[in-house]
Design a protein around this ligand. Sequence first.
Ligand SMILES: N[C@@H](CCC(=O)N[C@@H](CS)C(=O)NCC(=O)O)C(=O)O
Length: 221
Amino acid sequence: MSLPVITAFRNSPDRGRGFARDMRVRWAFEEVGQPYDVRLVSFETMKEPAHLALQPFGQIPTYEEGDLALFESGAIVLRIAEQRAGLLPNDPDARARAIGWMFCALNTIEPPILEREVAGFTERDRTWFEERRPILEDRIHNRVRRLSDRLGDADWLDGAFSAGDLLMVTVLRRLERSGILETYPNLPAYIARGLARPAYQRAYDAQHAVFVARSSGETGS
Ligand SMILES: N[C@@H](CCC(=O)N[C@@H](CS)C(=O)NCC(=O)O)C(=O)O
């Protein structure tokens, strides 16, 4: 039977440091022990009709498995988590809560983090930027403070490691070097626990290998 296929950047702007969203999907595959194939796409290819049919916004990642095509990294991680054991508890209530944490990562925590990140790329030379920056950072603090309170001294958000933690760790990683997380020492420790998982390491190495191969001219155009 053929393996599921995902798309990833041929030329990742982060130089293969695990920030592109195929990382979440790769990590989920590794956690559940599901082998997968990767189709690398250029920025031009991503905006062409064939890719737009898979991902209407011309982005990565996508996921193809038999007749099923999916986009949205959260939906893809959920699909993977539902197919094999390892990322969602069997108990229905615990499972529903873990899925709730997946939504929380993508819907409550990621938006203010992204807003700050995008402003840093697109508004840095605008007159209002320095005034706006603390407003954007306050919005993040408001979210991560409460997340930190809820996590407390637990290892994971709700019992065993789940797809909710997987997404939360990838989202919080975007704050590395922002100086924001240092106020909440349990969050860098939480991220470190996630990144120390062998499945994360394998996913990271696979994504980084694309950058390394590309830099040494092995993957073509
Ligand atoms: N909500 C989408 C966001 C996908 C997304 O933003 N992908 C980025 C890479 S991490 C991308 O393809 N950016 C290139 C572009 O938008 O042209 C998801 O979670 O899958």
